[in-house]
Design a protein. Sequence first.
Length: 278
Amino acid sequence: MANITAAEVNKLRQMTGAGMMDCKNALVECEGDYEKAIDFLRKKGQKVANKRADRDTSEGLVIGLTSNDAKFGVITMLNCETDFVAKNQEFIDLANQIAQLSLQLKPKNIEELKNIKQNDRTISELISDYMGKTGEKIELGDYQYVEAPKVFVYNHNGNKLTSMLGFSKAEGKNIDQFGKDIAMQIAAMNPVAIDKDSVEPSIIEREIEIGKEQARAEGKPEEMIEKIAIGKLNKFFKESTLLNQEFIKDNKKNIEQYLSECDKELKVTEFKRVSVKN
């Protein structure tokens, strides 16, 4: 058995972020070979992932960031099984590290983000390492980005919910306040699209079918079913599309009317909303 010193254990811990005992066991198992020990720890993390693949990661953190010029924004979500792990400082640090790397390197999708390297280790490997340390299933749950002339991000207290939107212009009367208010609107009201024209056809079809079934269940005449379903669809557009929703701070106006107070030509180019499932 290799004689492993405390300094060697600490060195491996600094290299991997794994626990002291895990590092010691890995070095003993691999007879002091650091590269083999790192692989050993990674394999241990992978075993944890496989064993707990069916576990529900209903806790975690959602973090939204914007670039210094406010033209690019990201939302990342790191999930875990328990609130205990979600509140651990190492988990918080890892979640923030992932968010910062995504903002810096601008991956186009979650798979690109997983393969970003930090000190020769990919984000997937860093997550696997930490999973081996905690014994919980941990996964990168979501990644979204928005690129626009002006991007706003709203992180709700506790980092369980984040919303983000892009504006078509970078300047406007009190534009920062308008951006913040609309980001909060998205967080609170969870719209499905910017306006009715951008609602996915499958959603429209589903809402029409639901409207028809509701009308039939209420005993409405068959010749009225289609008209009633369209009426319910229009109500859905009003309640569930951003520009048609009532403004949460003033229900006498909708978001489109509120936005025009900043600039009549100002548009929301896109928005994202990410929340922990619990």
